[in-house]
Design a protein around this ligand. Structure first.
Ligand SMILES: CCCCCCCCCC(=O)SCCNC(=O)CCNC(=O)[C@H](O)C(C)(C)COP(=O)(O)OP(=O)(O)OC[C@H]1O[C@@H](n2cnc3c(N)ncnc32)[C@H](O)[C@@H]1OP(=O)(O)O
Length: 216
């Protein structure tokens, strides 16, 4: 694929947000609080002076309360997929998903997309650095959204990753993606995770233009 244009992170004007804007209310606010809990528990470990039995009882009471009021999961799935455009529940950008960092993405007029995120202890692999599988997850999603931004989407068939240097926790990461080429049903897309302009992980994806039907 020698005709690929260069990815130039951060150079172009942001045009449109491609991820849900978190609200400071409702499930979004509870999810934001849950992210704090996940991070604080990892920080605590077993050497904490916090009363973990009490913490567990409170968290179980919250889960019991939610389960008691939740409807059937099939209805929730329909609800999740009822709108068009950005999703609110995915594990990378989802305002409604506590395991999402969350990453916020915006489309740019040069056809690329990008966003910044800082990852903490829940995403650790090597000491003080991001787990390689987490980087792969972020890039798979960014490549998928790049395709949506470019107008031809598909499912990941092949994802090739190059890990150039360890990706640090607690530092702002810039993640960019761009659709490179479409031939028939095949879509080639690239992306990179950078710190201070230096690439840490780069990805090349082959996507096939096919969609799983939305639940109705
Ligand atoms: C705004 C919201 C945006 C949200 C973004 C979210 C992005 C998330 C992206 C994902 O994570 S998707 C989930 C992970 N991917 C999957 O679960 C896909 C699982 N695999 C499949 O469903 C199918 O294998 C696939 C759709 C990829 C292809 O099956 P098809 O039956 O449609 O295609 P087919 O097997 O006929 O192959 C079509 C062409 O692609 C080629 N191909 C298929 N898989 C390939 C592969 N793995 N490697 C190389 N080439 C491949 C295949 O050789 C063939 O080439 P030719 O036309 O030249 O003969």
């Amino acid at each position: 694929m020698s005709e690929k244009p260069e990815l130039v992170p951060g150079e172009t004007r942001k045009l449109e947000v491609l991820t849900a804007i978190p609200k400071n209310e409702g499930v979004d606010s509870a999810v934001a609080a849950t992210r704090r809990v996940i991070s604080a528990l990892l920080h605590a470990g077993d050497r904490t002076s916090a009363e973990m039995g009490a913490v567990a009882a409170q968290l179980n009471a919250i889960a019991d309360h939610l389960d008691e009021h939740n409807g059937p999961v099939d209805d929730r799935l329909v609800d999740m997929w009822s709108g068009e455009g950005v999703t609110r529940h995915d594990p990378i950008t989802g305002a409604e998903n506590a395991i999402a960092p969350p990453l916020h993405l915006a489309g740019r007029e040069d056809g690329s997309i990008g966003g910044v995120v800082t990852l903490g202890l829940p995403y650790q692999g090597p000491p003080g650095h991001v787990h390689g599988g987490v980087s792969a997850m972020l890039l798979d999603h960014v490549l998928g959204v790049s395709n949506a931004w470019a107008g031809t989407s598909g499912m990941t068939a092949r994802l090739t990753l190059n890990y150039h240097r360890p990706t640090p926790l607690f530092q702002e990461l810039e993640i960019t993606g761009r659709q490179m080429k479409v031939e028939g049903r095949k879509i080639w897309t690239e992306g990179v995770i950078s710190v201070d302009g230096e690439p840490c992980v780069s990805a090349e994806g082959l996507f096939i233009n096919k969609q799983v039907p939305r639940p109705r």
